[in-house]
Design a protein around this ligand. Sequence first.
Ligand code: BTN
Length: 246
Amino acid sequence: KSGLTTDFIGHNLFIYDETDTTNNRAKESNSSPDGSVFIAEVQTHGKGSRGRGWTSPRGIGIWHSILLKPEISPLEVSQITLVAGLAVCKAIGLNSMIKWPNDIVINGKKICGILTEMSAEINMVNYVVCGIGVNVNTESFDDDIADKATSMFIESGHKYVRNELIAKLLNEFECYYKKFLDGGLSAILDEYKKCCVTLGREVNVIFKNETVRGTAVDVDENGSLAVQTENGIIHVTSGEVSVRGI
Ligand code: BTN
């Protein structure tokens, strides 16, 4: 726990040498305390968003999931992804930016992905699992993703001590998460927007099953992306947004 200064996030740490996906470990252990963190050296079946996989090689990344028990509505859970994105962006530094809603990119290349899952009743959240994967000391990527992915090593030219980075990340996470619980997304929205590379860009979004073109103009207090199209402003809640040129 090198440098962890949190009140509760990461106080319970579960460390796995190898596991399929840390999100499953967190779900299984959902009776563990709020803020428990599940970390693996390697994931054999890392999960990405929209049913995709997430490559999680041994020893060179931070593959971890945070178990959370917020008293919020299930409709607000996706906002935790934005909270996590901002925290990661601050922890990584290196000109990293957030590509709305849940990718951290540097010069258009992805360095981190976030997959938030929940268990909820109609209007009550049982628990949330926020899975965060950061490419830290990766030296190179397979050809098929080399133009889309990057790592902290590739961007900075030096290797990082992962324990220190995890501590920094969890410290940042707790700071923004507390603000979010106290004041809602509005409490961190200005900072989020400053780090959001999507704003001001031309985007293609899938809206009601159609691809719509427009300019991303805002992130609203629900976390939706406001897109100016030729037929007016639409609010996109989540899903596929491709930012042209990124
Ligand atoms: C994405 O597709 O961008 C989301 C990637 C999320 C990866 C992290 S790594 C830790 C946690 N465990 C998983 O299997 N996925 C998340």
